[in-house]
Ligand binder design. Structure first.
Ligand code: FES
Length: 374
């Protein structure tokens, strides 16, 4: 912005004919900038010391690029699925999250170190004082600022330090690729290649395979201990989180732990008090068993566990963003950002009196995704 405006400003044609150096000088003068101190870091170009400094900066950008590549590789190809502790692959499973965090963090850190190092080693030491100006920029200011920016870029030495610019570009590019891979993951790996299995977004761990019964199981903290739930285990007004269990999984550590760890498995089993008036969802009038109602615990907003139940009002609360679901009204959202009711699991009892799922959920659980229609 112009400081003290000289009366003999150059005309537009004169401005167009001025060299960048002349424009920079003019801009500095117009801005009322006084250069108190200016010192090049490397007055003699191409010395050994300069090349060493250049390599140090480039190395950090190269580390950033390599870490970005490693992040991409782990994100796309590392075996992330659960493996039990006795399996050879358990350590690989445990390493997935730490490795993703490590490489992502290292990539950002190395870009930061490279940028700071470059500023310290190559930008000139400069102290300038400028008077504060008022009002909008004049035409001449706009013309000179471009020249000043280009000049600053050149003085920074980036133009002639190709190794650094290439490495910085590579680091930033690979890091950008890694960031883009997360939202674009579905274009890299097709999530619909196996839509009928319980591992797809349409199904959950409650899907029965080969007609086998899926019991409602209490989680006692010990995955070996199988406690199947009966209706009388829950007091009127009480509730409990239950998980799917199949007899074929008994003794199979991998299957038992996987069933408990699945993000779509937790279900809130709620026993309403007798004679409680309830509005049921159309087409789901027989999903409950007496006073017992089973709803997915995965919030339809962003997937947090809706674990707080207030028995007087019948409201299930999600603690993340305070959505409230009305269990007296087919778990319809009453408050907060969630817009869809919690999916209801159809339940009944078997001949031995244990609660079982009559089928999987009839709609996808959890938050929205593009292909979802309800
Ligand atoms: S995740 Fe439940 S309200 Fe946001």
């Amino acid at each position: 912005m112009s400081g003290e405006q000289p009366t003999n400003l150059p005309s537009e044609q004169e401005l167009a004919e001025m060299s960048r150096d002349e424009l920079v000088k003019l801009g500095t003068k117009l801005d009322g900038v006084e250069l108190v101190h200016y010192e090049e870091k490397w007055p003699v170009a191409g010395t050994k010391a300069e090349r060493r400094a250049q390599r140090a900066v480039a190395t950090w950008f190269a580390i950033s690029a390599l870490s970005g590549l490693a992040f991409l590789g782990v994100f796309l190809f590392w075996p992330w699925q659960y493996e039990p502790s006795h399996s050879d692959r358990h350590l690989l499973f445990l390493a997935y999250n730490p490795l993703i965090g490590l490489f992502m963090g290292l990539s950002i850190f190395a870009i930061g170190v490279g940028a700071v190092l470059y500023t310290k080693k190559f930008l000139p030491d400069e102290v300038a004082v400028q008077q504060r100006g008022d009002g909008p920029s004049a035409e001449v200011d706009r013309a000179t600022i471009v020249a000043e920016l280009a000049d600053a870029g050149e003085r920074s030495g980036l133009g002639r330090r190709k190794l650094i610019t290439r490495m910085a570009g590579l680091g930033a590019g690979v890091f950008g690729l890694g960031v883009a891979a997360v939202p674009l993951g579905a274009l890299i790996k097709n999530p619909w290649s196996d839509s009928d299995s319980k591992n797809s977004l349409w199904h959950t761990g409650w899907k029965s395979e080969n007609g086998e019964k899926v019991y409602l199981r209490r989680h006692t903290g010990n995955f070996h201990e199988i406690v199947k739930v009966r209706p009388e285990d829950i007091e009127p007004g009480g509730f409990e989180t239950v998980f799917p269990f199949r007899e074929s999984e008994r003794g199979d550590e991998h299957a038992l732990v996987a069933a408990l760890k699945r993000s779509d498995a937790p279900v809130m089993l709620i026993r309403l008090r007798p004679n409680q008036a309830v509005v049921k969802r159309q087409g789901q009038e027989d999903f409950n068993f007496g006073d017992l109602y089973a709803y997915s615990k995965v919030c339809t907003h962003l997937g947090c566990p809706t674990s707080l139940f207030e028995q007087q009002t019948g409201l299930l609360l999600c603690p993340c963003h305070q959505s409230q679901f009305d269990v007296f009204h087919y778990a319809k959202p009453r408050f907060g950002p969630a817009t869809r009711p919690l999916p209801q699991l159809p339940i009944t009892v078997d001949e031995e009196g244990y609660l079982i799922a009559r089928s999987d959920f009839i709609e996808a659980v959890g938050p929205a995704f593009w292909e979802r229609k309800s």
